[in-house]
Design a protein around this ligand. Structure first.
Ligand SMILES: Nc1ncnc2c1ncn2[C@@H]1O[C@H](COP(=O)(O)OP(=O)(O)OP(=O)(O)O)[C@@H](O)[C@H]1O
Length: 240
């Protein structure tokens, strides 16, 4: 099991996090931390607890224990709204695009919670496809367009910390490249990003650090040098 290392106040500092769905105990003491401006991935096989960790961070798991500090402030008991006001936003694996609404309506649906959110122009610079598709219904979007819209939508709210759950899932390589470019630009702009990924090649290309989860705990941590050296170990962790 990995313990928190490093010094100073982390933007996110999770220790001993446990979580349950009803009576089902799925997180058994997760330890991880993320510094401001870092891009960290959480890797692991299906069912390891990656999504549940993101859901806990954003206040969506009602039954949990342990500590989730955000900029040093204990937030384990905070509501999703209180967490959003601290600048965290979650982009779920299923993307959550309303199919009966237009792209424009989807984009402007979430309220702005903090200053500094992206303007429409900044969003269109990042994802030019969205400008072209503003009047289209959610039903008419490709998977890649839905993913771009899902990320764009949270950028408007003023979030500084993006929790992205499998943004490349089911997308063609050319679209994965577009998502990769957008994520790299967001990192350059100073966003802090926590990325859950099954596509570990993609994760390796974009991230500063990687946590590996198994059975509800973090079992290993790789920096960008170690992941290149120890690729066989990563593959062993993730192979079924
Ligand atoms: N709504 C739910 N109710 C009950 N159990 C759940 C629920 N969602 C997930 N689980 C269980 O919790 C455990 C962790 O699931 P989680 O979705 O966090 O894993 P994951 O690592 O994100 O995997 P995946 O890539 O499959 O989403 C799994 O055993 C899963 O079956």
């Amino acid at each position: 099991m990995v313990n928190n290392t490093g010094s100073g106040t982390k933007l996110i500092d999770v220790s001993g996090l446990q979580a349950w769905y009803g009576d089902s105990h799925v997180l058994h003491g997760v330890n991880l931390n993320v510094s401001k401006g870092e891009l960290v991935t959480i890797l692991g096989r299906n069912g390891a607890g990656k999504t549940t960790t993101l859901r806990s961070l954003i206040g969506l798991m009602s039954k949990k224990r342990g500590s989730i500090k955000i900029r040093g402030e204990e937030a384990i008991g905070y509501s999703p709204t209180a967490i959003a006001r601290l600048g965290l936003a979650y982009c779920p694996e299923e993307r959550g695009i309303y199919k009966s609404l237009s792209v424009e309506e989807n984009l402007y649906l979430p309220p702005k919670l903090r200053d500094g959110g992206f303007s429409a122009e900044e969003i269109f610079d990042l994802f030019p496809n969205i400008r072209e598709r503003l009047a289209s219904r959610g039903t008419n979007l490709s998977g890649g367009e839905q993913q771009m819209l899902a990320i764009a939508r949270i950028l408007r709210t003023g979030a500084e910390v993006l929790l992205l759950d499998e943004p490349t899932e089911g997308l063609a390589p050319v679209i994965v490249k577009q998502i990769e470019r957008a994520i790299a630009l967001l990192k350059q702009r100073g966003f802090t990003i926590v990325l859950v990924e099954q596509n570990h090649r993609f994760a390796q290309r974009v991230a500063d650090r990687h946590y590996v989860m198994e059975s509800g705990v973090v079992v290993d941590e790789f920096d960008s040098e170690r992941i290149k050296r120890d690729w066989d170990q990563v593959t062993r962790y993730l192979s079924v």
